[in-house]
Design a protein. Structure first.
Length: 89
């Protein structure tokens, strides 16, 4: 099951990335965005920038989840008093 999920995710990401690159390149090479962006690398640049933005979004979401987890753990331990795990190592 894990292999199938990984293969499906890899296939879908390749499809979405390739379709985005091809679409952007088609628009860029037509000259619609000006001479500066009329290169075959424009599509790659857009896809890489989207990936970076999604990575930052993931980090923001993970940061919030970790903070919530720490708050819940702290409030849970605080009600029990000082324990061995609360001492620095």
């Amino acid at each position: 099951m894990w292999g199938a999920a990984q293969a499906t995710a890899a296939g879908l990401s390749t499809l979405i990335g390739g379709a985005t690159r091809d679409s952007v390149n088609m628009i860029a090479m037509s000259g619609a965005w000006g001479d500066a962006l009329q290169t075959p690398t424009t599509g790659y640049s857009v896809v890489y920038h989207l990936e970076i933005a999604l990575l930052f979004l993931t980090l923001i979401v993970l940061g919030r989840l970790i903070n919530e987890s720490r708050r819940a753990t702290y409030s849970h331990h605080k009600s029990k008093g000082l324990g061995l795990a609360d001492f620095p190592t």
